[in-house]
Design a binder for this molecule. Structure first.
Ligand SMILES: Cc1cc2nc3c(=O)[nH]c(=O)nc-3n(C[C@H](O)[C@H](O)[C@H](O)COP(=O)(O)OP(=O)(O)OC[C@H]3O[C@@H](n4cnc5c(N)ncnc54)[C@H](O)[C@@H]3O)c2cc1C
Length: 492
């Protein structure tokens, strides 16, 4: 905080989700001086609540969004290359049941196009499996009326949180100042020009002014809230929809794309972290993004549809759930699922405010190219000719995954070690138990979410951060509070 108090940076990024972290990395790699402020923790917003796929999105073909599918598939290839330790190929099955010839033709055309739009991919091509082959691959599928399946490949980013942290680490390695638990509370203005933001540091309890030659607002579903001072009385830029996922004991061998019987929506059943994810829902959301959580209807819908597709598997036991808020470019008069997933850059010059740009919408899959597009624009404005290098340079630890070995795991449900916790606190901005457990190590994403060993873990983190017993107790309570929405439907 102090290092920012007496200088003007080239770029201030507000928001430490995947988009903000990606922009910070791109700009820092171009030699721009960068500060990023995040109100809670890196990846604590929507970026830690997705289906965790890096995909073109088969479904977007139905919306004739060929351009989006094509560019996302190109990004899928780039991410497999620059983050092979975080993004992995994933084989999907799309089971085929007796339906109309038109329906079968539609799927065949969809599969053909999905391959065509990623002709230069490294992943295997689609293949049509017969009934016996499908059941051998996935014995839990409902055999009644099953004709076979399409098998195709996409990619998964099981731990998106680390993708965000990796971007922030690389940004910092190139000079960026990363401040988490630091909320932008207002804009600094010089007439019609935004010259930075006032920022409140929640940990120190202090406020500073971060002066910047250009400011980018990458606050995801909080965008309309954070833009309120700049756009008083103007219509919102976003349409928000909620999506819920269930995490259950491992129920299938493969990843599956399925159609819900209740409303014909597409949903996924995916292997993840030794468990199975079922998701997602898509319903308009008007609440505070901070307060999003699964409802009983979401859980019943997902559980019933998964159980129907896999009658021999059990979806009764739930380890935990997560819900996220999609920030979509505002579009009215269409169903939630039909709103385009394209992003938009919103230049506030059109409203007479200069020096600031907002990112509206955008998938994780596209984050790197969105960051490049934003930084191209910022660099032009700042008179820099430096070009993006993020599609070529691997992310930190791509070549030497930072997995610790030979150290005892801290919790029986996760491989996290003492060294992982030390690195999180000493080198990756982790300040709370939630930061360490949910967004630096995957302990909080294991069945017990670290609660089985919470005293031991809090002792270790507290020793590194100088917590006294009272603060340790308070930090444990805060962590329990943070994961309470995820555990509302947990069954023992
Ligand atoms: C249910 C669901 C499923 C999805 N599945 C996929 C998928 O499988 N694949 C895919 O590619 N995409 C998927 N997405 C989309 C993807 O998750 C989002 O597009 C992406 O995470 C958005 O990142 P972001 O950085 O824009 O937003 P966020 O991650 O929300 O980051 C914004 C950050 O800004 C911070 N912030 C807000 N206000 C302030 C302030 N005043 N000062 C400082 N910081 C502030 C917030 O705390 C937050 O961390 C899914 C989304 C949802 C909801």
């Amino acid at each position: 905080m102090r290092s920012l108090g007496d200088r003007t940076v080239d770029l201030l990024v507000i928001g430490g989700g995947i988009v903000g972290a990606g922009i910070a990395r791109d700009a820092a790699l171009r030699g721009l001086s960068v500060a990023l402020v995040e109100q809670h923790d890196l990846a604590s917003g929507t970026s830690s609540r997705p289906t965790r796929l890096i995909h073109g999105g088969l479904r977007y073909l139905e919306l004739f969004d060929f351009g989006l599918v094509r560019s996302d598939m190109r990004e899928r290839e780039t991410l497999l290359r620059i983050a092979p330790h975080l993004v992995f190929p994933l084989a999907f099955l799309m089971p085929l049941y007796r339906r109309s010839p038109f329906y079968r033709l539609k799927l065949r055309v969809g599969m053909f196009l999905y391959d065509l739009l990623s002709l230069d991919k490294s992943l295997p091509k689609r293949r049509r499996l017969g009934r016996a082959e499908t059941l051998a691959a996935e014995p839990n599928l409902d055999p009644d009326g099953l004709g076979g399946a399409w098998r195709f490949y996409d990619a998964q980013v099981p731990f998106v949180e680390r993708l965000v942290v990796a971007n922030a680490l690389d940004a910092a390695a190139h000079g960026a100042v990363i401040l988490n638990h630091a909320r932008a509370t207002g804009y600094l203005r010089d007439g019609g020009l935004v010259t930075g933001a006032s920022v409140h540091d929640a940990i120190a309890g202090s406020a500073i002014e971060v002066r910047a030659r250009f400011t980018v607002n990458a606050t995801g579903p909080w965008l309309d809230q954070t833009l309120a001072p700049l756009r008083p009385g103007l219509p919102p830029l976003l349409r928000l929809t909620k999506g819920t996922h269930l995490v259950v004991p491992r129920a299938t061998e493969h990843a599956h794309v399925l159609f819900a019987t209740r409303d014909r929506r597409l949903f996924f059943v995916l292997p993840w972290n030794g468990y199975t994810i079922v998701g997602t829902t898509d319903t308009d959301y008007r609440g505070d993004p901070e307060a999003v959580e699964a409802s009983a209807e979401d859980v019943d819908y997902l559980r019933a549809e998964a159980a129907r597709a896999f009658p021999h598997a059990s979806f009764e036991r739930i380890h935990f759930t997560w819900s996220g808020v999609r920030a979509l470019v505002r579009e009215e008069g269409v169903a939630e699922g039909d709103v385009s997933r394209k992003h938009m850059l919103y230049d506030h010059r059109r409203e007479g405010v200069d020096g600031v740009l907002s990112v509206v919408g955008g998938k994780i899959t596209a984050y790197r190219s969105i960051a490049e597009e934003v930084t191209d624009l910022v660099a032009r404005r700042l008179g820099s000719a430096a070009r993006s290098r993020t599609s070529e340079l691997p992310l930190p630890h791509a070549e030497d995954p930072a997995a610790s070995t030979g150290d005892e795991a801290l919790c029986p449900h996760a491989a996290t070690t003492r060294a992982d916790v030390e690195r999180a606190v000493q080198g990756e901005w982790a300040i709370t138990l939630g930061d360490v457990l949910l967004r630096r190590t995957a302990t909080g994403l294991a069945a017990c979410q670290g609660l089985d060993r919470i005293e031991t873990i809090a002792e270790l983190v507290g020793r590194l951060l100088g917590w006294d017993p009272a603060q340790r107790t308070a930090e444990i309570a805060a962590y329990r509070g943070e994961i309470a929405p995820m555990r509302r439907f947990s069954t023992p």
